[in-house]
Design a protein around this ligand. Structure first.
Ligand SMILES: Nc1ncnc2c1ncn2[C@@H]1O[C@H](COP(=O)(O)OP(=O)(O)OP(=O)(O)O)[C@@H](O)[C@H]1O
Ligand SMILES: [Mg+2]
Length: 325
């Protein structure tokens, strides 16, 4: 069934500007005529911003495999999936972890109706039929397993001895994208437990792209789209708050004694969206004189912080939301 569907996908030429920004650009991009079972669901609120530029260039020119790295919740996975959703592209996705094996990506023999059949894994499907192979959290992979991908990353065919030595030549629409919280070097912030320094030869094969948190104007645009009923002033302060927390996390803020202030949590775009959503959901509590913004903040972020971190967050909230009380 799946194979039949993937074999019959039809390509179509689209205007890149029209697809991603709604404005004609005369730059052509190839997509599929209609979505299929592997096309990600379109997020109508998604904002294509600066990060998308590199990803679109990578996608159009298939320069080399993409390694997109940045802090948690900055929009790495979603930029790839939303690009695919716009172009009706299939995405064959897998999450990296320390026990992930090469065959989890390539496929396994399995018993079906009394006979052994080879079931293609996400990498084999993407290479055979065309589409994006997306491996999230690539830096959680055991480096030796990850290095097993080197020949595929070089553009070589995939050989599957388990399927009678089948050789899959990479389809022209095959794209390899990895996302990770570290640049494959090591975790400098000690925040991403389980990540491993990857093999240098593996990392050398990638087009690297950094995904920092979106800029304030983009996050404001996003909040306005997702929570239009939240007062603009609150949305502005939420974004200001998020950026202050990020600066505290990075050690970019000094106290009155010129000592670096630090916090043990950061503020992802994911957390920002959750905070805004919870603030709207808990609005009825305002009648009980509960500060809803703080109530939602606890549940979106503060409960995850250390005791000291929570004190800092409370002080920051008192300063930024002073007029709200
Ligand atoms: N430009 C954007 N427009 C709309 N939503 C966005 C945008 N960027 C991020 N988001 C939202 O923020 C959340 C986190 O994004 P995503 O899952 O892509 O982060 P990530 O960088 O892959 O995080 P992790 O490292 O934890 O896997 C998602 O709900 C996503 O839809
Ligand atoms: Mg992700």
């Amino acid at each position: 069934m799946i194979h039949k569907e993937l074999e019959t996908l039809k390509m179509v030429e689209m205007d890149a500007g029209e697809v991603f920004s709604g404005k004609k650009s005369n730059t052509k991009i190839m997509g599929y005529e209609a979505k299929n079972s592997f096309t990600p669901i379109k997020d109508e609120h998604y904002v294509f911003h600066e990060l998308s530029r590199d990803v679109i260039v990578w996608f159009m020119h298939n320069i080399s495999p993409l390694y997109l790295f940045g802090p948690s919740g900055s929009g790495k996975t979603s930029v790839i999936k939303q690009l695919a959703a716009k172009l009706n592209y299939p995405v064959f996705e897998i999450n990296g972890h320390s026990r992930l094996e090469y065959l989890d990506m390539v496929g396994h023999l399995s018993l079906q109706n009394g006979s052994m059949n080879f079931e293609y894994g996400p990498l084999a499907l993407a290479m055979k039929y065309g589409g994006i192979f997306l491996i999230n959290e690539m830096d959680l992979l055991d480096p030796a397993t990850a290095a097993g991908l080197n020949s595929v990353l070089d553009g070589a065919p995939l050989c599957i001895p388990e399927n009678g030595g089948e050789l899959i030549k990479p389809h022209e629409n095959f794209r390899f994208a990895a996302t990770a919280n570290t640049n494959g070097g090591s975790d400098e912030t000690s925040s991403y437990n389980g990540t491993l320094k990857q093999n240098m030869a593996l990392m050398d094969r990638f087009f690297l792209c950094e995904a920092p948190y979106p800029t304030a104007d983009i996050e404001l645009k996003l909040l306005a789209k997702v929570q239009p009923n939240l007062p603009e002033m609150v949305r502005n302060k939420m974004v200001e708050f998020a950026n202050e927390v990020r600066n505290l996390f990075m050690g970019n803020i000094k106290d009155e004694f010129e000592c670096t202030q630090r916090i043990d949590v950061t503020f992802s775009t994911r957390t920002l969206l959750r905070w805004a959503e919870l603030t709207m959901l808990f609005q009825p509590l305002a009648k009980q004189k509960i500060n809803v913004v703080n109530y939602a903040l606890d549940r979106a972020l503060s409960y995850r912080a250390s005791t000291e971190g929570r004190i800092l967050l409370t002080e920051l909230s008192q300063r930024i939301f002073a007029e709200e009380k």
